[in-house]
Design a protein around this ligand. Structure first.
Ligand SMILES: [Zn+2]
Length: 103
């Protein structure tokens, strides 16, 4: 019998720093927008070329040090400071899964 193949409901992406494959939603997406800007995509829905990173300070540090994000996104210039800060902020204080903002 020929099976149609497994339906992948969860897209798997790999971290640019450590190469670990993970559910897309467990990774932080950085996107190069069509206009040339770079943004941290917290919704996963922005259009543009994306690169993924574990929500891990170690992977962020490694990616920044070796310029893996720039390479993955084919950026001519270093990652903008604002994006680096945004990444540090979102990775450093990752909210617990699906929780509402606590007061
Ligand atoms: Zn990683």
């Amino acid at each position: 019998m020929v099976k149609a193949g497994r339906v992948r409901k969860r897209p798997i992406r790999s971290c640019v720093a450590c190469g670990r494959s993970a559910d897309k939603r467990d990774l932080v997406r950085v996107v190069r927008e069509p206009g040339g800007g770079v943004a941290v995509d917290s919704t996963g829905k922005r259009s543009g070329r994306g690169a993924y990173l574990c929500a891990s300070a170690a992977c962020l540090a490694a990616a920044l040090k070796s310029r893996r994000l720039e390479r993955a996104l084919s950026l001519a210039a270093p990652l903008p400071e604002a994006v680096v800060m945004h990444l540090q902020a979102s990775i450093g204080s990752a909210p617990s899964a699906g929780g509402p903002q606590d007061a």
